[in-house]
Design a protein around this ligand. Structure first.
Ligand code: DAH
Length: 347
């Protein structure tokens, strides 16, 4: 019996050694340890073993079973590890592959232009102020020397909210009146007001019912067009480059006298003439003038003591020219591809 047991041990361990898969190992286990297994069969024969030999044979049976079980466990662990290894190898992540693109937005180009303009003016001591977009007729027109029924109102027809009294501001100029009234008529003023404006307009590539202006107002003593020209020159050079030149053309606004259009030499062709400047060599970027005495008076400033200049830039126009954007509507449509285009243009 002893020999039989040792033989079973040898054969079982060899079979375990040879097992090529978890399935084969399972079969080996059945072959030796199951109810019908070879080792179990031997145990049944214990009855025939002499009583004095039983402890020795019993111990040997246990030893053989332990050896077979231990060997089975080892091999099982081996197969389990191999399975995990194979799975890891199959599911390996290739870290050299490019990562998925995470879309990030870019600041609206118009916002960037405003920030740039604000920086330049702040460096010259100007305050950046805000005014309401829903405005009273009084500030938008009347205090600015545009009484009811004045033909100049036609060009700035806007969205009325309440009768003819409350409207969406058609220009940022009402902030001039608000600032002067708040200042109380006895202090100098230096302010710019960037902000949205509205007009009743049919939208197309160059017209929008909503656009952005940058208003400016300086009130002090003995202010002349020369001060305005100097200021405009500094701004234009900062925004468009040191080689840009500026000029005034006579114009007409109700709230300034005299009034001018502000032109810069075309930064694309440097004044030679191209499609951007329609072959003139010049680009108009806003209106300006010396604050009309009626406006100073309406807003609490003695026009015999105080004088000032005011201007209004078209911010959309500046941004479009500067960044080569061909449609004003792109500024308020939230198409991500556009911000990508904006971003690239800036590089
Ligand atoms: N508010 C004018 C417009 O919308 C622009 C403008 C012109 C503003 C002359 C001014 C100015 O302050 O002095 O057309």
């Amino acid at each position: 019996m002893k020999e039989e047991l040792l033989e079973i041990k040898r054969v079982a361990l060899e079979a375990i050694e040879m097992a090529g898969s978890a399935k084969e190992l399972h079969d080996v286990k059945n072959e030796f340890l199951s109810k019908q297994g070879k080792l179990t069969a031997i145990l049944r024969g214990m009855r025939e073993v002499k009583a004095e030999d039983r402890p020795v044979i019993g111990a040997l049976v246990n030893e053989v079973r332990d050896a077979i079980e231990m060997s089975l466990d080892d091999k099982q662990r081996y197969f389990k590890n191999a399975e995990i290894e194979a799975q890891l190898a199959a599911e390996q992540i290739d870290i050299s592959l490019p990562a998925l693109e995470i879309p990030v937005g870019a600041p609206n180009i118009l916002e960037k232009v405003l920030e740039e303009v604000e920086e330049v003016f702040m460096s010259m001591g100007y305050d950046v102020v805000d005014g309401p977009e829903v405005e009273e007729d009084r500030f938008n027109f009347e205090l600015l020397n545009i009484p009811k029924g004045h033909p100049a109102r036609d060009a700035q027809d806007t969205f009325y909210i309440e009768d003819e009294k409350i409207l969406l501001r058609s220009q940022t100029s009402p902030v001039q009146a608000r600032t002067m009234l708040a200042a109380g008529g006895n202090k100098p003023i230096r302010m710019i007001c960037p902000g949205k404006t509205y007009r009743r307009d049919a939208d197309d590539a160059t017209h929008s019912h909503q656009f952005v202006q940058i208003e400016g107002l300086l009130v002090d003593k003995n202010i002349s067009l020369a001060n305005l020209k100097g200021t405009f020159d500094v701004i234009a050079k900062k925004l468009f480059g040191e080689d840009v030149e500026t000029r005034f053309r006579p114009s007409y606004y109700q709230f300034t006298e005299p009034s001018v259009e502000m032109d810069i030499t075309c930064f694309s062709c440097k004044g030679k003439g191209c499609s951007l400047c329609k072959s003139t060599g010049w680009i108009t970027i806003g209106g300006a003038g010396i604050v009309h005495p009626n406006v100073l008076r309406n807003c609490g400033y003695d026009h015999k003591v105080w004088s000032g200049f005011a201007f209004g830039f078209g911010a959309d126009r500046i941004a479009m020219l500067k960044y080569g954007i061909n449609d004003i509507r792109k500024f308020y449509q939230t198409d991500l591809r556009e911000s990508a285009v904006f971003d690239r243009k800036e590089d």
